[in-house]
Design a protein around this ligand. Structure first.
Ligand code: BG6
Length: 489
């Protein structure tokens, strides 16, 4: 708790992300006493709204896990009293000047730090950045800006956006958020690897056969078709969420855990990756499906999506890191909407034990006997390791069993939402979990040639029924590299 003021201005306050994630995360931080005594929240958007109306809107989503606690109602009231609203155009310096006046009133002349959360489409980032760094910036403390993806559509547009933002903001004022980096299990990935002798020495091509990053949702793009059709699943999930996890997974040991040391290692991995080729990618799109009485609409049935859209809602890809540690190891990614289940996980499949004694003597099936380490990011956070085990009894029979660390049974602590961790980091100036511009550049470099080829050749996605396991092409792609998807085994 410091003496200085903190204000958080949520630009795009009436949007979905603000309502569902940002305000609830700020409330959680307030509840946990993580915010300074003197803090104020402003919602900024074009819609005309009073402070009271904003509070009413926010209060509808402030239920979350904290609800169970005792004085939650009082805390919520206290929190809402610190929330205010300013309506304005995103490109209007005058409207931001008005915001500045209101902020000053709350700050009462003390040192004031200002955080702007840009929960708005990227084409207006630069306008807002100009005002946030000019008219509405703090005059005696820091000014920081959190930006949400999409950071462009390809290398060129992302580079352009970076250059434009840098006209107004220094790199250390820009916090590019990827909320997957704020997830508990993703944060734990480095702990697991770098502090356990049973894992760290195995973390290379010598022992790891392949690594899989899997994201699936059991719902479609409902209500977001207009946005999604411009981007598709590769830009929405793979180029950022899954690739960021991959970089953390595969990086060399950083010198320290300081932001620059960690990001230096991540960027090296990204720059060592081969640019994706069309033959290493499968794309799919969900189609309508009737299940019993219920009809699930297909992607192009959404009125905001063109009927002939080729935008992928599913993609699988095989990526390679051309460095000494990972030479030849396939890193497989799979991401899809409207599949049969909701999950995000990392799967590490290990090699066979050379000359396995039980294969020779008892015919152990090696294909079914590789060790696999799974980090289930969500839901039901868990880490489990598949090991070969003797089935108890006379004789010699085996199965593959799990050593299972299920968070809900091991820990009573509630798992914070990713946005809580990341907002707190931005407030504290901790940049480790935010994307640096050279990382972003390298990440687009891997995907841009592929995206262009998919679009210029008008590659048709393989259709898959809503609620299914996705296109069969994904199996062939994995099989090409002698891999089986662990989630389907
Ligand atoms: C967002 C994507 O970044 O992540 C969405 O734009 C996706 O399409 C969402 O649904 C998934 O986030 P989470 O935290 O619910 O897995």
């Amino acid at each position: 708790q410091s003496e200085s003021n903190l204000s958080v201005t949520v630009v795009g306050a009436s949007g979905d992300l603000a309502k569902k994630k940002i305000f609830p995360a700020l409330f959680a931080l307030f509840y946990e006493d993580c915010l300074p005594q003197n803090f104020t929240i402003f919602g900024y958007a074009r819609t005309k709204m009073s402070d009271e109306e904003l509070r009413e809107m926010i209060s509808r989503t402030l239920t979350c896990r904290i609800d169970k606690r005792e004085n939650c109602g009082d805390k919520m009231e206290e929190f809402l009293e610190r929330c205010f609203y300013q309506s304005g155009q995103y490109n209007s310096e005058e409207d931001f000047a008005e915001l500045d006046l209101k902020l000053k009133q709350k700050e009462g002349g003390k040192v004031s730090n200002r955080l702007f959360y840009l929960s708005i489409p990227p084409d207006i980032f630069v306008d807002v950045a100009r005002s946030a760094s000019g008219k509405a910036s703090s005059k005696n403390g820091w000014t920081r800006v959190i930006v949400e993806k999409p950071f462009g559509r390809d290398s060129e547009s992302s580079g352009e956006l970076t250059r434009s933002l840098k006209k107004y903001l220094a790199e250390d004022q820009i916090f590019r958020i990827d909320h997957y980096l704020g997830k508990e299990l993703v944060e734990n990935l480095s702990v697991l690897r770098f502090s356990n002798l049973v894992f760290e020495p195995l973390w290379s091509r010598n022992y790891i056969r392949n690594v899989q990053f899997i994201f699936s949702e059991d719902f479609g793009t409902e209500g977001r078709g207009g946005y999604f059709d411009n981007y598709g699943i590769i830009r929405d999930i793979m180029q950022n969420h899954l690739l960021q996890i991959l970089a953390l997974f595969a990086m060399e040991t950083p010198v320290t855990l300081d932001a620059e040391d960690v990001r230096n290692e991540k960027v090296k991995v990204l720059r060592s990756m081969r640019h994706l080729k069309l033959e290493d990618v499968v794309v799919g799109q969900y189609k309508g499906h009737k299940k019993g009485e219920k009809t699930f609409l297909g992607y192009t049935d959404d009125p905001t999506v063109p009927n002939n859209s080729l935008t992928p809602t599913f993609a699988a890809a095989a990526l390679f890191i051309d460095n000494a540690r990972w030479d030849g190891v396939p890193f497989l990614m799979k991401a899809g909407k409207a599949l049969n289940t909701r999950r995000a996980e990392i799967r590490v499949q290990f090699r066979h034990v050379p000359g396995n004694l039980y294969k020779r003597n008892f015919g152990m099936d090696l294909d079914k006997a590789t060790n696999e380490l799974v980090l289930r990011v969500q839901p039901d956070e868990a880490i489990y390791l598949k090991i070969n085990n003797k089935i108890p009894g006379l004789g010699m029979r085996f199965d593959r069993s799990d050593l299972n660390l299920l968070y809900s049974t091991r820990y009573t602590t509630e798992i914070p939402d990713a946005y809580e961790r990341l907002l707190l980091d931005a407030i504290e100036g901790e940049r480790r979990l935010f994307i640096r511009s050279d990382e972003l550049d390298a990440a687009w470099g891997i995907f841009t040639p592929l995206l262009k080829e998919l679009e210029s050749k008008k590659i048709s996605p393989e259709l898959y029924p809503y609620g299914s396991r996705g296109p069969v092409g994904a199996h062939y792609l994995a099989a090409k590299y002698d891999v089986r998807w662990g989630d389907l085994a």
